[in-house]
Design a protein around this ligand. Structure first.
Ligand SMILES: NC(=O)c1ccc[n+]([C@@H]2O[C@H](COP(=O)([O-])OP(=O)(O)OC[C@H]3O[C@@H](n4cnc5c(N)ncnc54)[C@H](OP(=O)(O)O)[C@@H]3O)[C@@H](O)[C@H]2O)c1
Length: 234
């Protein structure tokens, strides 16, 4: 049985990843920062014995290390770095109103979080059959695909994440570990609804991203793909 480890699995895209992988018979290690409050996830785990809930706050490296120690020796076929934050305080994310404390918090979660989680669980990924590391990034992090969402903290956090994952893809090539950056489209989650125009159903976003993960090979490692199969330019 294949195993997936998901961060931020208590709601939004992460919860849908957990539900879909569990529905397809995968063993799901669903991490979230407050398991005691994760009602929807607990319901899913109650319905499906293959879902195990663990605690990870991606911005708290001690919690990442503690979970990695707990899962020592457990192969992880697919790591889904999904946890992320944005802010609906748009004024403080735009030139002229920067809130640098908030910016640091977004970088700590969206950039350093997935880098830390990927490093901590690399032995688990290497010990698996599929050996895949993925991140839910965003087209907003593209340097060439400029769009109408001029929020510097979120955009730079995803751009830096993309660079880190692109480097990891090259470094891990000889180990047979493949790496993929994904964009879910503008999906109808709590985060997606902060900005106008969310049009992608959560189910479709996750179905599409899972399809991209399934099709990922060493030949396509280090690519940046939208949920609908399009390649995104860096
Ligand atoms: N929705 C979109 O349109 C869209 C577009 C592009 C990219 N994305 C990316 O997709 C990913 C998932 O977003 P979403 O739309 O599902 O957002 P969401 O509904 O707001 O869910 C975010 C998830 O991340 C978790 N999280 C936040 N900070 C965390 C931390 N420090 N440690 C662990 N978990 C943490 C949240 O947990 P709590 O419940 O504890 O807060 C929640 O489970 C994010 O990386 C986001 O940047 C989303």
């Amino acid at each position: 049985m294949s195993t997936v480890l998901i961060t931020g699995a208590n709601r939004g895209l992460g919860l849908e990843f957990a539900a879909q992988y569990a529905g397809d018979g995968w063993q799901v290690i669903a991490s979230c920062r407050s398991p005691e409050k994760a009602e929807s996830l607990k319901r899913l785990a109650g319905e499906n014995g293959q879902v195990k809930i663990v605690q990870i706050d991606v911005s708290d490296h001690a919690s990442v290390d503690a979970c990695a120690a707990q899962l020592f020796g457990q192969p992880v076929d697919v790591l889904v770095n999904n946890a992320g934050i944005a802010s609906n305080d748009f004024a403080h994310q735009m030139l002229g109103g920067f809130d640098f404390e908030n910016w640091e918090n977004i970088l700590r979660t969206n950039t350093l979080g997935p880098m830390k989680v990927s490093e901590a669980f690399l032995p688990n990924v290497k010990a698996s059959a599929q050996k895949k590391i993925t991140v839910v990034s965003s087209t907003v992090g593209s340097l060439t695909d400029m769009n109408e969402y001029p929020v510097y903290p979120y955009a730079t956090s995803k751009a830096a994440l993309n660079k880190g994952m692109r480097m990891m893809a090259e470094q891990l090539r000889n180990d047979g570990v493949s790496v993929l950056c994904l964009c879910p489209g503008h999906a109808k989650t709590d985060m997606g609804m902060m900005a106008e125009g969310a049009s992608v159903e959560v189910t479709d976003a996750v179905l599409g991203m899972r399809n991209e993960i399934s099709n990922l090979t060493m030949a396509t490692s280090g690519s940046f793909r939208r949920y609908n199969g399009e390649t995104i330019s860096w």
